[in-house]
Design a protein around this ligand. Structure first.
Ligand code: 4AD
Ligand code: MG
Length: 464
């Protein structure tokens, strides 16, 4: 009887083999091919790791003579023997015994050996994950995503998938995408749309934050977190804003701002440590190609205590800095990205929390401090990016919260259920939102949010 065919293995596993292997099956895509008189070399990648597997073909054997279409980009299934490689820089190579060209490629495959600019690669989002950089981004993204769940699960937090369609603007900033199934093609004639005829019987939107829902669950399960897609229609075409991004929002009952800061710092350090451990090869690649000193930066962050300064102190530092900023600095004005970056990069040199912002520039749900003019807010800022976390202690006092909503002219009747939480078993509570892509930028050193999202949504961009 014939031997059973070998089970498929990955390049990742083969490159970590401890002894030669007789029968191996590997499936992947050609990164490069070099044809010689005696041998043909193919660098095969199957996405399991950054490195390619060198596959050696003997073209004198008819069954191993590769057709022209087995070129860069083609997909192959190769059976062969894993043997020690005489070549420098790699321990193993595969000597092909049998090959199937599953899908041929052509010379106009866009990812040839030369390095491409990120801007060009964004126009081929269907192919860019086949490049080294974007393959590494995808693996690190996967590891970071799972690390976040693992961290909170290990701390006993309950996962709440918050709804993506909502009727409330959690941030009160009016940056929502409307969701409708009404046919509005004839609606320009000046006649107002009757939203009561819409799917939900009223206007509906894509969520900007799952925080309010998380607060409901925190009043039952103590510590909870959401982690899912979030949408913002801010028309800010910056390198740090996307219209669709992932946000992780932990919410803790019986917690104040101090506890919120402690949990935020512990969280960031813990997930960085996990990714550092799980993606050494990809992070080293980013260290060499994208941000020199990245690994040192990450190690330093995991070891150092994050600084905490008040907004008032931050404004003083900025006023005394002697820097010429584009946007004005002054108590009561929001910190712009250039201010945040000065504080974290030039002044402190590592991540820091800025706390106690003026009430007027922060959301309605933040807890008022005893000074009457600031709220128990916290933003975590990191070098190279600026804000990565935004959070606060929440206003648990019914009268203060009601006043906040009214002062801002928000429709109080829509917050009835949110106010109920302050009427039935109200408890101090706090939480924050961590922008997943911002953290990805920090971990990879990539400076544009479009390059850490598989399919970025930004103004005017939705092709993929
Ligand atoms: O500071 P933000 O707006 O806070 C909230 O949404 C709160 N409800 C969070 C909470 O307390 N539960 O957003 C939180 C984080 C920001 O710090 C930033 O990292 C990220 O979300 N973020 C964005 N990331 C990418 N693109 C955008 N347009 C983003 N807007 C916010
Ligand atoms: Mg914020």
């Amino acid at each position: 009887m014939a031997d059973p065919p070998p089970a498929r293995t990955t390049v990742f596993n083969l490159l970590r083999a401890t002894a030669p292997l007789e029968k191996v099956l590997v499936e992947g895509w050609v990164r490069t091919r070099r044809d010689g008189k005696q041998v043909t070399f193919v660098e095969l990648n199957d996405g399991s790791c950054l490195a390619n597997l060198q596959v050696v073909f003997d073209p004198s054997k008819p069954e191993l003579a590769l057709p022209e279409g087995a070129s860069t980009g083609a997909s192959l299934a190769v059976r062969g023997r894993l043997v020690e490689s005489p070549a420098k820089g790699q321990q193993w190579e595969l000597h092909a015994v049998e090959v199937t060209v599953v899908g041929e490629s052509t010379p106009d495959f866009p990812l040839q050996k030369k390095r491409h600019g990120f801007e060009y690669l964004r126009t081929i989002a269907h192919l860019r994950p086949r490049s080294n950089t974007f393959g590494a981004v995808a693996r690190v993204r996967n590891a970071l995503f799972m690390a976040i769940h693992r961290h909170f699960q290990s701390k006993g937090f309950l996962y709440l998938p918050a709804p993506m369609i909502t009727a409330s603007d959690a941030e009160g900033a009016g940056e929502m995408f409307q969701v409708t199934n009404l046919d509005l093609s004839g609606a320009e004639g000046g006649k107002p749309v009757d939203w009561s005829q819409d799917f939900f019987g009223r206007k509906a939107f894509l969520t900007v934050s799952g925080q309010l829902e998380a607060e409901i669950y925190a009043h039952v399960f103590h510590d909870v977190y959401t982690f899912g897609p979030t949408f913002r229609a801010e028309n800010s075409n910056t390198s740090r804003h996307a219209a669709e991004f992932l946000m992780c929002e932990p919410e803790m009952a019986f917690a104040d701002l101090q506890e919120n800061i402690r949990i935020g710092e512990e969280f960031i350090k813990s997930v960085l440590a996990m990714v550092r451990e799980e993606c050494p090869e990809d992070l080293e690649f980013f260290d060499q190609r994208i941000e020199k000193g990245l690994l040192k930066k990450l190690d330093h962050v995991m070891e150092s205590a994050f600084e905490v300064i008040t907004y008032t102190e931050a404004v003083e530092i900025l006023e005394k800095s002697g820097e010429s900023f584009e946007f004005p600095v002054g108590w009561g004005k929001d910190l712009q990205s250039e201010h945040e970056r000065y504080l974290t990069e030039k002044k402190i040199g590592r991540p820091l929390f800025v706390v106690d912002y003026p009430k007027e520039i922060k959301a309605f749900y933040m807890r008022q401090n005893d000074d009457g003019r600031t709220v128990a807010a916290m933003d975590m800022l990191v070098p190279g990016i600026g804000e990565i976390i935004g959070g606060s202690q929440r206003e648990e006092r019914l009268d203060y919260l009601t006043a906040n909503i009214e002062e801002r002219g928000l429709p109080i009747e829509e917050y009835w259920w949110y106010l109920d939480l302050r009427r039935f078993g109200s408890a101090p509570h706090a939480g924050f939102g961590m922008g997943f892509e911002r953290l990805m930028m920090y971990v990879t050193g990539l400076s544009n949010i479009r390059d850490v999202l598989p399919f970025p949504r930004t103004p005017g961009n939705i092709a993929f």
